[in-house]
Design a binder for this molecule. Structure first.
Ligand code: ADP
Length: 181
């Protein structure tokens, strides 16, 4: 299955992506993880991406799209994938559509994880990642509203919305149900 997960920072997409990937036997592809991995290894991409992650801004689309295109070329992604944190803008969604079209494949589902804003801020503050300071969290929320939320309309025809408040297992069960599993 080829699945895109959408949702604001702190919605728990990453955790659910790992569980879904295991259950469905496809890789989880998290652009945030790929960037953080490059940053910790000190690659050229990591050096370029770091200022954006530190500020909670989107890494420029060209860098991000190339990163995903390369990742989709790896053998394990041929039969399917779970995209976690990508696309994050209409521009990226259009780039993804081209990447899929040139491979002759299509998305099977887009799942939105929905959580009330007040709960998101509390969750993120408790997480303690380098970009989980209050100012950066606020900026990531703003970027989500401005850049990523328009994807809910872009993908309206394929969108499944999951209530992401509850235990990990409850949310996972809802996500599987949304995927018809
Ligand atoms: P969160 O769970 O808070 O959304 P992510 O790990 O998905 O965290 O992303 C962390 C940061 O990585 C973002 O704030 C952004 O700087 C960068 N990033 C991740 N995915 C993308 C993307 N698709 N496009 C641009 N920047 C991205």
């Amino acid at each position: 299955m080829r699945i895109v997960l959408l949702g604001p920072p702190g919605a728990g997409k990453g955790t659910q992506a790992v569980k879904l990937a295991e259950k469905l036997g496809v890789p989880q592809i998290s652009t945030g993880d790929l960037f953080r991995d490059n940053i910790s290894k000190g690659t050229e991409l990591g050096v370029e991406a770091k200022t954006y992650l530190d500020a909670g801004d989107l890494v420029p689309a060209s860098l991000t799209n190339d990163l995903v295109d390369d990742r989709l070329n790896q053998a394990d992604a041929a039969a399917g994938f779970i995209l976690d944190g990508y696309p994050r803008s209409v521009e990226q969604a259009q780039a993804l559509a081209q990447m899929l079209a040139k491979r002759g494949v299509a998305l099977d589902a887009v799942v939105e994880f929905r959580v009330p804003t007040e709960e998101l801020v509390e969750r993120l503050k408790g997480r303690g990642r380098a970009d989980d300071t209050e100012d950066v969290i606020r900026n990531r929320m703003k970027v989500y509203e401005q850049e990523t939320a328009p994807l809910l309309d872009f993908y309206a025809a394929d969108l499944q919305t999951v209530d992401a408040v509850g235990s990990l297992d409850d949310v996972f069960a809802r996500a599987l149900r949304a995927l018809g599993r």
